[in-house]
Design a protein around this ligand. Sequence first.
Ligand code: DSN
Length: 454
Amino acid sequence: MTGQEKQQRNAISPVLHAPFLKRFASIQKNDPEVYSILLAELERQEYTLGMIPSENYISPTVLAAAGSLFNNKYAEGYSGKRYYQGNVNIDSVETLAIERAKKVFGAEHVNVQALSGSAANMAIYFAMLNPGDTIMGLRLDMGGHLTHGHNVNFSAKFYKPTQYTVEKDTGLINMDAVREQAQKERPKMLVSGATAYPRIFNFKKFHDIASEVGAYSMADISHISGLIAGGAHPSPFPFTDVVMTTTHKTLRGSRGALIMCKEKDRLDTATPSADSKKLSLAQKVDRAVFPGLQGGPHEHIIAAHAVALGEALQPSFKIYAQQIVKNAKVLARTLMDQGIKLVSDGTDNHLILIDLTPFGAGLGMQGAVALEQAGIVVNKNTIPYDPSTPFKPSGIRLGTPCLTTRGMKEEAMKQIGEWIASILKDAKNEQLKQTVKAKVHVLCEQFPFYTHAE
Ligand code: DSN
């Protein structure tokens, strides 16, 4: 271990972090090799600013459920209809997760078994579409997602994609243009939702357009489901046909996904997952997940979903969700005041997309690496109409969910915004990066997170 590494390792205080670390005592005793990596990761998460907008810090309680003995059970099927014996408690915990999700979002039917967001979107298409049907979603390089019809993804191999864009001068989705394209292309599924769109989605308008052209409406709310749960973004419920969210972003749960849909199939489409029988939309979705695509569900993760959804039902989660947006707005304002260009000139949600083209094309990676050297963890990202390539994009995506979980507020955002701007303007200045890194460390010490056991 180098001197510098030793110094960093000392950052984890045996006193401060002891209550949290106690839960890993058996790893410490029985597998010191894994324990030392875990300790290094704890230190990284505690003493850097996690600003990747799709990440979050889960509570020790969610973490405990994710590492629980529900891991040990095979449970193919659904509550009351399992293929293995011994599922009485699994049924209880899965039903609890479903009921809590219904309460959080106002959903009619919920499936909690999808292993990830992409798998959940695959299940939705398998349940509701036939191969060759048209999917209309936001282009990946405009802020969409691979599974919304990107050409290298299954969603464009098995289905026919038509992709909408954002406007070049505003960075916004133009709903008149979406309607016009939908009328021309007649998709069977109109997808709203994004991974790098800093503005509000008009889910009602998306649903109305879908209805007009004979399509299903689908909202992928993975990034913003925590904001929706906390009333900080308009909801796609109750009108949208099917809603998917991952559980580990602003919703602050363990990794996985929820599929939420209406009971009734508005279009009554016969699909591969429905065979020849007439099934409700809820039945189609359940059959698509299991046995259509998956085997044994991860019940320890489903238990963790139940806990996280329980947390999302607490009044404090509303405050958390609102604070994420307040923090993002202050951060965006600070960056712009410092002369940094943002796509759409600001944000309405948890994320900010920095446009680095005033400094030159393709500088996203250089900017992200420079920020990491200063203890600020973000990701490079394409910007709409990027003059460079997806491998060397011209943007940086960052957000406030993790920082808000740590308890940081507007004052900290101003400070962080100034640090980020100074580094982006002078990315090769080693002295500056070291100075900011030291200040980041002090700020992180003021907002420790994994110090408590529950
Ligand atoms: N990887 C996710 C994100 O960072 O937004 C999307 O799947």
